[in-house]
Design a protein around this ligand. Structure first.
Ligand code: GDP
Ligand code: MG
Length: 305
């Protein structure tokens, strides 16, 4: 007698979502996983490290790698992020390539499609934001993209309202390889809670200050203490590059930092499902964009040039 002979064979695989910044990768990931695991923002390029979300579809477990946006790198930090994005795709079994239906095949999309052949992974084309365009334009876009690269399938979706997301999930579940699940069924993210907490605060920071702040601002969780009463005490530091930015983050009489703290604490408490005591500090750290140690902490490669 073999145990589990009556249960269908499990499947499991890694899936990378790649695409230009703001194409909707994080939104799609959240829609696929059904729980908030990564940060959605109007500000380009807030996803800095690879974060996994896990979805279960029937007997299949899909482990998603959310990548930073792929774009034309100018600064060193940009280059490190793009390298990280492509290596995320290389680590995956299947790759979902997102294209913004409204933008079509612009310069950024073109660059991604060109580089895709080198991946040697089955890729599916996901045309996102179909809610924003006329249906007639979609067919031409799908044809043009398929003419530039080989896709195993093409989907037209709205990650935002969920249209077509179920079809993408079903396709992925069908195409990952047979094998044991890599994570317990109830796990939605293996991102350490500390880094998730830092991402939440960073999202609130950008939501309030996206006009004024450069991307270089980061948030680090310094301490994470679970108290006997079940609450969690979290201390975080927001790093900015200049004193002038520190003043912006603090706001008049500390109003801005207080509001950011309130936003972040509320969401942290919801995610952790426990009361949260959050303390935020703002520090200036000049030139960290050239510090190899920062890159290592973010899981990025440091390029000497
Ligand atoms: P990422 O940079 O690729 O991770 O993009 P995000 O997921 O952060 O999304 C960027 C912006 O596009 C956000 O404002 C989303 O709400 C928006 N967005 C994502 N998917 C859709 C969609 O299907 N339709 C519309 N209208 N907006 C979308
Ligand atoms: Mg993102």
């Amino acid at each position: 007698m073999t145990e589990g002979a009556l249960t269908p064979p499990t499947r499991c695989g890694f899936v990378a979502l790649i695409g230009a910044p703001n194409v909707g990768k994080s939104t799609l990931l959240n829609a696929l996983v059904g729980s908030k695991v990564t940060i959605v923002s109007h500000k380009v390029q807030t996803t800095r490290s690879l974060i996994r979300g896990i979805a279960i579809e029937g007997a299949a477990q899909l482990v998603f790698v959310d990548t930073p946006g792929i774009f034309r790198p100018k600064r060193r930090l940009d280059r490190a992020m793009v390298t990280s994005a492509w290596s995320g795709a290389h680590d995956a079994d299947l790759v979902g390539v997102l294209i913004d239906a409204r933008k079509g095949i612009d310069e950024e999309a073109e660059a991604i499609l060109t580089k895709l052949a080198g991946l040697r992974r089955p890729a599916l084309l996901v045309i996102n934001k179909v809610d924003l365009v006329e249906k007639t334009a979609l067919l031409a876009l799908a044809r043009a993209a398929n003419a530039r690269s080989t896709f195993a399938a093409t989907f037209m979706i709205s990650a935002l309202n969920g249209d077509g997301v179920g079809d993408v999930k079903a396709w992925l579940a069908h195409h990952v390889a047979p094998g044991p699940w890599l994570y317990p069924a109830d796990q939605i993210s293996d991102a350490p809670m500390r880094s998730l907490a830092a991402e939440i605060t960073r999202e609130k920071l950008y939501a309030r200050l996206h006009q004024e702040l450069p991307y270089q601002s980061t948030v680090e969780t310094e301490t994470w203490t679970e108290r006997p009463d079940g609450s969690v005490r979290i201390e975080q530091t927001i790093y900015v590059e200049r004193e002038s930015q520190r003043k912006i983050v603090l706001g008049k009489g500390g109003q801005t930092i207080k509001a950011i703290g309130t936003d972040a604490r509320r969401e942290l408490a919801a995610v952790i499902e426990a009361p949260v005591h959050l303390s935020l500090f703002v520090k200036v750290r000049e030139g960290w964009g050239d510090d190899p140690e920062r890159y290592r902490q973010m899981g990025l490669e440091f390029h000497k040039e």
